[in-house]
Design a protein around this ligand. Structure first.
Ligand code: M6R
Length: 608
């Protein structure tokens, strides 16, 4: 959580503008408060997003270097005094931090005993005081900063400056992402490449346990204990403009409208329809090992875990390998049985979700093969897994994950075909799956043409305070995802439930004020779901059905219907979720909620 950004340059720049511009690309990481510092002009902080900070900025906020921060509060309320950058007693050392200092109480007690006074309730502030303490005996700023960093335990992505050495930025990484941008006579640092891209495409990713010293002309990387690290720069090919809203009112709507492209890009160049095969370059190095795998554990959080649930059904039905889905935060602590014929597969948009990352590390420690199905290229999960499949969905900015979900489902379908063909799935069966995958983007584009109907239905149910979502087999995941999307964007009560499970409890809630969204495509379990719809109608519950084109009967059963085109059973969740994402968006908009920034949430959860 939290976003950091900084730069040091020899070219004259309006530092205030550069820093606020950088923060605006990072707003998905937090927006409780924002702040900037330059050694030449000082610090400005504000509660709320970067736009609030911008309004407070004095004219002519100059500087050839500076650091900036967007906060998602963990220790201390989201107030101005707790906003970063934080400083020492003398206002000489300034820093921004993404993460948590676990031993901050013990360090604070020690520093207080040495005479330090604190201006905030944050864990971060103690780092500035620690550096101040080291500067008493070590006049070199970088050395003092590194000595201080060596004393802290926890997670961090840090950028730090010293007024007396203004062109230098010391950065460090442990568990929170840090990217260094390499420009001409300038260097940048950020939590992800998006704010760097408008300045340079050449980047270096810092690894855990590394620090770097940035000046306009250099970036020296060291291990925390001092050994130098050589790392070549990588060139980023994706476009900064892709991260902008592109004319849509919200990123969420833009990203739903990109779902067809996201699915297209996930499959691009990977499907060999004639042979009923897929080519997954990222798995080549582990192809032989995958043939030996006897069990797969998919680890993920939130929306990604629902994609994993549908993935479990796909792999078990078609590739016949036992699969379990583990919520990553549970997996870490429940002592799972893992051995060297287990593959632990992380599904994650950001590739930075801490619980998912730790689940992968746990799998690795216990000898499993680890794989990542990840969107963010170069993210920590992508780098720490043995191999993987990138989603290629493009940057997802809205906190509510939409296009990454359909991409995750697509990647899991590709993975299923890959594993299935290794284990006896015939060319014919492979062809059916490959051709259905190929056709999906156009099918999604068909659904976009029906947006007005979905908007009308969202309006009709505007006053509902509770929703039940039901689905079976592949669309149990869709029920969970539909409910989560409505909760996080509209703050209404919504529950996902197996359609067959409904009778064991949920049905008691149903009355004429409690609508149900029933995901009922024409698949192998349609008849069962149709009877569940009937049971709800008997109890006067209104029903909105998601059904396959051509199903006229459902109009008699449900009060409202959102139609989706036909596809094979295992791919129905990719189509069925599109109207639900649109429904959640339009439902939330009626309430005037800024869907891109749901309260209390952040895009990437890099804390436990
Ligand atoms: O980046 P990840 O895919 O690992 O994120 C996992 C969840 O935090 C994420 O899907 C979350 O549930 C979304 N806000 C849901 O829309």
């Amino acid at each position: 959580m939290c976003g950091i950004f900084g730069f040091t340059t020899e070219n004259a720049k309006n530092a205030g503008e550069v820093l606020i511009d950088g923060l605006s690309s990072l707003e998905y990481r937090g927006y409780d408060s924002a702040g900037i510092f330059t050694p030449e002009s000082g610090a400005v902080k504000a509660v709320g997003p970067a736009s609030h900070l911008k309004r407070k900025m004095p004219a002519g906020f100059f500087g050839r270097s500076g650091i900036a921060h967007l906060r998602w509060a963990t220790h201390g309320e989201p107030t101005e005094e707790n906003a970063h950058p934080h400083t020492d007693c003398e206002g000489e050392v300034w820093l921004v931090h993404n993460g948590i200092v676990e031993n901050f109480k013990e360090l604070k007690t020690k520093l207080a005993a040495a005479g330090h006074t604190f201006a905030s309730q944050t864990d971060t502030e103690i780092i500035a005081h620690l550096v101040e303490e080291h500067l008493k005996t070590e006049p070199d700023f970088a050395k003092a900063a590194i000595a201080a960093i060596n004393e802290i335990r926890g997670t961090y992505g840090i950028a730090m400056q010293y007024r007396a050495d203004p062109s230098k930025i010391v950065v460090a990484r442990m568990g929170s992402p840090v990217v260094i941008g390499i420009g001409e006579h300038e260097r940048f640092v950020a939590s992800d490449p998006s704010p760097i891209l408008r300045h340079t495409r050449d980047v270096v990713y810092l690894e855990d346990g590394e620090v770097a010293i940035l000046t306009p002309e250099s970036h020296e990387i060291y291990k925390l204990h001092g050994a130098p690290v050589e790392r070549a720069a990588e060139r980023i090919e994706w476009d900064a403009a892709a991260a902008q809203r592109g004319g849509y009112e919200h990123f969420m709507l833009k990203e739903i409208m990109e779902e067809a492209d996201a699915v297209r890009n996930t499959s691009l160049g990977r499907l060999i329809e004639k042979e009923g095969m897929v080519k997954l370059g990222g798995l080549e190095s582990v192809e032989e090992k995958l043939k030996q795998v006897k069990r797969i554990i998919l680890v993920a959080c939130g929306t990604a875990s629902y994609a994993a649930l549908a993935g479990e059904y796909m792999i078990e039905e078609h590739a016949r390998i036992p699969v379990e889905v583990d919520i990553a935060s549970e997996f870490r602590y429940r002592t799972p049985v893992i051995n060297d014929d287990t593959a632990v597969v992380a599904v994650s948009q950001s590739g930075e979700t801490l619980d998912t990352l730790e689940a992968i590390r746990e799998g690795k420690r216990r000898g499993a093969l680890t794989l990542g199905i990840v969107n963010a290229v170069g993210s920590t999960i992508a780098r720490e897994t043995d191999a993987g499949v990138y989603l290629h969905a493009g940057p997802e900015i809205s906190v509510a994950s939409t296009k990454a979900y359909v991409s995750q489902l697509t990647a899991l379908a590709l993975f299923t075909l890959f594993l299935g063909r290794q284990r006896g799935v015939s060319i014919e069966e492979g062809r059916v799956i490959a051709e259905a995958l190929k056709a999906l983007p156009e099918r999604i584009e068909e659904i976009y043409k029906r947006t007005k109907d979905i908007q009308r239905i969202a309006k009709k149910y505007a006053d509902a305070r509770d929703f039940l979502f039901i689905g079976r087999k592949y669309n149990l995941a869709t029920a969970f995802e539909g409910a989560l999307k409505l909760k996080e964007t509209s703050y209404v009560h919504a529950e996902g439930c197996g359609a067959g499970e409904m009778k064991h409890g949920h049905l008691a809630m149903i009355d004429e004020h409690f609508p149900t969204v029933a995901i009922a495509p024409s698949d192998s379990v349609y008849e069962k779901t149709a009877s569940n719809i009937q049971e709800i109608r008997t109890r006067k519950g209104p029903v909105i059905a998601i059904a396959t084109d051509g199903n006229e009967e459902i109009k008699e059963l449900a009060n409202d219907v959102m139609y989706i085109p036909k596809t094979i059973d295992m791919l129905t969740p990719i189509l069925a979720v599109v109207p639900l994402h649109l429904f959640a968006y339009y439902f939330a908009r009626q309430k005037g909620i800024n869907v891109d920034r749901p309260r209390n949430l952040a895009k990437s959860v890099t804390v436990e």
